[in-house]
Design a protein around this ligand. Structure first.
Ligand code: ZN
Ligand code: CU
Length: 483
């Protein structure tokens, strides 16, 4: 008797995530897995989708997110991701994670940017994981533990100094426990005011827990501007000291005086990569987004306010216009808006393209789902790489673009049986029109679903269609890194 599937997508252009050339065929899904690939004309299914030559690829893996709260808010909350074809998100980046440290009051910036106070109630990674299991999201989640969160647990509010040996030991133990409970690694945000006081040795002492549990070391580096090369050296030093694979977050060369320096950073990363597992993620925009307090405003870097606690009405406006309206300087205006998030137009297009097309890159959105007026990367990252950078600008072929969002990412993070189309793999899939896929989110209208993403499936279940939007199917799972 012929195998009967739950779903068959027929006559698709299959791009398998490995970087291999596309081929035409059908793909069959049974339960949560891919059951068959090829000519499935002899098979039938409960639901048949005619792809008419549109692309079927593995669902995209968002290598860098701050969706720690968003994945707890119900499946529909992830529309910003499922509408891009994203089926897995990596949370806990930039030193910030919602566990294992509960907060009784609003945590210090930038911790406060990933979750509202009522969500800071997980006293262990196990508790966070349990919540994800009982109230699943639409997408799969892989989680990192943030150094900044651990610091608040060990040092309270006294963060403007290095940790004592005892405090570092406490963080190491908490990290070890979280890794044992299923977290995938440690992230740091050494750029940020509370964590920049942590010397390299403190990070190494905490990260020591990664050795035994084979966790990843992921970092928003201390400096992505004038001292970016030193920061790459520091990152590799930390990774090597504890034997952990290294991921450099949202690699960039920030501020006008550093534009063009990716010709230095990429060869340095490559040199290390020849002897050590190193990767980096990046987003396809020339503007960054972070806490407004993180960078001193300057006239040659335009700033857009993303969110402001005392002045929510200023979200979406230019800092220089607000300053002019208030009759104050840029710095004073920024002060008055805090706590606030902002978009900084501080990168060069040439660097963005050079970094994106590098063979070690992965795509990660770094979007801020809580921002009132978010950076458009939250809704646009993946379709923008496919539409603008691959199809229109020809930076690389579609197979390479898909690889940077799927197979490569799964391999770097140790996500098994995802990120590739093969029989037996999980059925995380996206169906898209290669001729029309493109981002619609802009800096002025950032909350816009993409064009050309036809349907997205997570673990065999449909979570998004272009026609109907988000489903409320809680199809996502907590993933564990296979080291
Ligand atoms: Zn970051
Ligand atoms: Cu980030």
């Amino acid at each position: 008797m012929a195998l009967r599937c739950d779903l068959i997508i027929r006559d698709a252009t299959l791009i398998d995530g490995t970087g291999a050339p596309r081929r035409r065929g059908d793909i069959g899904v049974k339960g949560d897995r891919i059951a068959a690939i090829g000519d499935l004309s002899g098979m039938s299914a409960d639901r048949e989708v005619m792809a008419e030559g549109h692309v079927v690829a593995p669902g995209f893996i968002d290598a860098h997110t701050h969706d720690d709260q968003a994945v707890l808010c119900g499946p529909a909350c992830m529309l910003c991701k499922t509408s891009q074809g994203v089926t897995t998100v990596v949370v806990g980046n930039c030193g910030i994670s919602l566990s294992p440290v509960p907060m009784a009051e609003r945590p210090p910036a930038p911790l406060d940017s990933v979750a509202e106070l009522s969500f800071w109630n997980f006293d262990s990674f196990a508790a966070y994981a349990e919540r994800l299991r009982t109230e699943p999201s639409a997408v799969n989640t892989l989680a990192l533990i943030g150094h900044m969160s651990l610091r608040v647990g060990a040092m309270g509010r006294e963060l403007d100094r290095p940790a004592t040996d005892k405090e570092a030991e406490r963080m190491r133990k908490q990290l070890a426990q979280s890794l044992a409970e299923g977290a995938a690694g440690l992230s740091t945000g050494l750029f940020y005011p509370p964590s920049k006081h942590a010397p390299t040795d403190e990070v190494i002492a905490v990260a020591e827990a990664l050795r035994e549990h084979k966790g990843l070391y992921v970092t928003h580096m201390r400096d992505e501007a004038d001292h970016v090369l030193d920061s790459i050296e520091e990152t590799l030093k930390i990774g090597e000291a504890v034997g952990a694979p290294v991921i450099i977050s949202h690699h960039k060369c920030a501020q006008p005086e550093n534009h063009g320096r990716s010709v230095q950073t990429l060869p340095l990363i490559e040199e290390y990569a020849a002897k050590y597992p190193v990767a980096f993620d990046m987003y396809p925009y020339t503007a960054s987004s972070t806490s407004l307090a993180a960078r001193k405003p300057r006239p040659d870097v335009p700033v857009t306010v993303a969110t402001s606690v005392p002045h929510p009405e200023m979200a979406g406006r230019e800092l220089k216009d607000i300053a002019a309206e208030w009759g104050v300087g840029l710095e004073e205006a920024a002060q008055r808006l805090l706590p606030a998030g902002a978009v900084f137009h501080n990168m060069s297009e040439e660097d963005v393209r050079r970094i994106m097309s590098h063979r070690l890159s992965m795509i990660g959105s770094d979007g801020g789902p809580l921002a009132k007026h978010p950076h458009p990367r939250l809704w646009g990252t993946f379709p923008r790489v496919l539409g603008l950078y691959s199809r229109e600008l020809g930076l690389f072929d579609l197979e390479t673009a898909v690889h940077k969002m799927t197979g490569r990412t799964a391999q770097v993070f140790g996500i098994e049986d995802r990120g590739v189309l093969k029989e037996g793999a999980f059925a995380d899939l996206v169906l898209f029109d290669a001729g029309t896929v493109r981002d619609r989110a802009t800096f002025t209208e950032p909350k816009q679903p993409a064009d050309g993403i036809v349907e997205t499936w997570v673990n065999g279940q449909s979570v998004y269609t272009h026609a109907a939007g988000a489903s409320d199917t809680p199809a996502g799972r907590l993933l564990q890194r296979a080291a």
